[in-house]
Design a protein around this ligand. Structure first.
Ligand SMILES: Nc1ncnc2c1ncn2[C@@H]1O[C@H](COP(=O)(O)OP(=O)(O)O)[C@@H](O)[C@H]1O
Ligand SMILES: [Mg+2]
Length: 266
């Protein structure tokens, strides 16, 4: 287990919502343990509300756990203060679901991709790293894209810019929360390919969060299944898909197969 870049141990997080008689508690994370190996792609799958985003946010330090441990390279960081977290943050990057949210409409592609370098004080919009990052996510030639604004890009191109921004600082772990939910099925495949290429070329580990079982099956060698805040199954993708041990995973796979059948029939 020494080569795990990320270890999540017994992570729990409860949210309290509403007031008066409408007060309720939601266990967004209930004792979740999961590891991501160096350069490994783990798909985290589960229906909406199962706690996937909460886990992703906790991993990059945007959400505080009630209890449990987070280790990066074996170093516990769940309880570090903001300032102490800073150097770790450079090694981790969160890619959000909606590229509209993560790209400022008034910022050109070059500046958007350069932002993490600028924050770290290691580069700017004209840096070769920015150009390289765009080429690596398939936006070629990069010179065609540097000066564009987000509205001058297609949905798939925008998601690629967001990935370029994620990798420009050479993080060791990228948490991608629903990276393909805003793009259509054909683009989904190419985003999966970009993620796999980035891992192969740079050894970047990915935690890919998705509600889409096909995406989970295509992208990662490991898959983890969440249901109502609990991790119900985790293992090698091929094994989990072939012989799921948890009833919920079986149900998910069955439902997905059913949709597939209907689509082929229709
Ligand atoms: N900031 C918050 N305040 C209150 N409840 C939250 C908050 N964030 C998430 N939740 C609740 O926690 C549960 C898990 O949410 P989330 O992690 O977003 O799930 P997923 O990403 O799998 O859809 C949901 O019931 C959601 O409503
Ligand atoms: Mg989510």
């Amino acid at each position: 287990m020494t080569d795990a870049i990320l270890q999540i141990r017994d992570a729990s997080k409860t949210f309290r919502t509403g007031t008066g008689s409408r007060r309720r508690r939601v266990a967004a994370l209930d004792d979740v343990s999961l590891a991501v190996g160096e350069g490994e792609i783990v798909a985290l799958v589960g229906e909406s509300g199962s706690g996937k985003s909460t886990l992703g946010r906790a991993v990059v330090g945007l959400e505080r756990l009630d209890s449990g441990e987070l280790l990066f390279d074996g170093v516990e960081y769940a309880r570090l203060r903001e300032r102490q977290l800073r150097h770790l943050r450079r090694n981790m990057h969160l890619v959000l679901q909606d590229p509209y949210q993560s790209l400022h409409p008034g910022m050109r592609v070059a500046s958007a991709v350069a932002e993490p370098l600028q924050i770290a004080g290691t580069g700017r919009a004209s840096s070769p790293r920015v150009y390289e990052a765009l080429e690596e996510v398939g936006l070629t030639p990069a010179s065609d894209f540097l000066q564009r604004y987000p509205h001058q890009l297609s949905g798939g191109q925008r998601q690629r810019v967001v990935l370029a921004r994620a990798l420009v600082g050479r993080p060791r772990l990228v948490v991608a929360d629903e990276p393909t939910s805003m793009v259509d099925a054909t683009l989904r495949g190419s985003i999966v390919q970009v993620i796999r290429d980035l891992r192969d070329r740079h050894g970047i580990a990915f935690l890919v969060i998705t509600h889409d079982l096909d995406m989970a099956g295509a992208v990662g060698e490991q898959v983890a299944v969440m249901q109502q805040g609990r991790l119900v199954e985790c293992g090698r993708t091929a094994e989990v898909f072939q012989s799921p041990s948890d009833p919920y995973t079986k149900m998910l796979l069955h439902a997905a197969a059913e949709v597939g059948r209907l689509e082929t029939a229709g």
